[in-house]
Design a binder for this molecule. Structure first.
Ligand code: PEP
Length: 251
């Protein structure tokens, strides 16, 4: 059985005072029955990991370099994230693909580095609105999945986040049927490539405007193993009900 995961992506938000929100999230779920992860900006990683030490919340990065160390000014290696207290890293988020031109091949290299450093790799994929309207969604996400996930993986260490670009931060959400269609297709592609045992261990998150008001219905969709949450992960008031909805879906 895949353990459900509620992951928060704080993006480029938060200085020291944001640690109180993190502590409130951890304090609200002392006996969480699902995995909880918050990915703060890199500047907060170490303090965040200290702040949630002993709680059910784990800390993750938002990107890493494909190399472990070297002459890459401004970048962070996966083992550095682990050293700072991270246990996971988000890779290939659409904002990084758009802002930094990250390709599937680069995301794949980063994922390999993350896995080698002992981090869980949360690999993001998703179509733009133009691609959805052109009927290309399944082709796009399948190509991204094929290109962004390395060979020879342990399924428990890889998480795929399906995040339609047009749903991120917009309040727009695909229909439940549209989410199911993508997630079922991704699962089938993973089974075809890695075999059932590995593929069934890979968690598939939905991401894009998940809020307390829509979380429960999204978590009831087949092959949705949790959520990657942006804006609604910044406060316990928003994130906590999403965690509770996921716990209820887990049964
Ligand atoms: C995200 O940034 O990964 C995301 C899903 O953002 P939001 O929940 O704000 O749409």
């Amino acid at each position: 059985m895949r353990r459900k995961l509620a992951a928060g992506n704080w993006k480029m938000n938060g200085t020291g005072e944001a640690l109180t929100a993190l502590e409130a999230i951890a304090g609200a779920h002392p006996a969480a029955t699902v995995d909880l992860l918050i990915c703060p900006p890199a500047t907060l990683l170490y303090r965040a990991a200290q702040a949630v030490s002993g709680s059910r919340v784990r800390i993750g990065g938002q990107d890493c370099h494909a190399a472990n160390a070297g002459a890459h000014t401004g970048d962070i290696g996966a083992s550095m994230l682990a050293d700072a207290g991270a246990s996971a890293v988000i890779l290939g988020h659409s904002e990084r693909r758009a802002d930094h031109g990250e390709t599937d091949a680069q995301v794949c290299d980063k994922a390999r580095a993350a896995l080698e450093a002992g981090l869980i790799a949360i690999i993001c994929i998703g179509e733009t609105l133009a691609q959805r309207e052109a009927g290309q969604t399944l082709d796009v996400v399948c190509a991204q999945l094929a290109g962004s996930v390395p060979d020879g993986i342990d399924g428990t260490q890889v998480v795929i986040a399906y995040e339609p670009v047009w749903a991120i931060g917009t309040g727009l959400v695909p229909t439940l049927d549209q989410i199911a269609e993508v997630h079922d297709t991704l699962r089938q592609q993973l089974i075809g490539r890695f075999g059932s045992e590995t593929a069934e261990a890979i968690r598939l998150l939905y991401g894009g405007s998940v809020k307390p008001g829509n979380a429960a219905e999204i978590f009831a969709v087949s092959n949705v193993d949790g959520a990657l949450v942006g804006g609604a992960s910044l406060t316990a008031a928003d994130f906590s009900p999403i965690v509770t909805a996921l716990e209820q879906a887990a049964g």
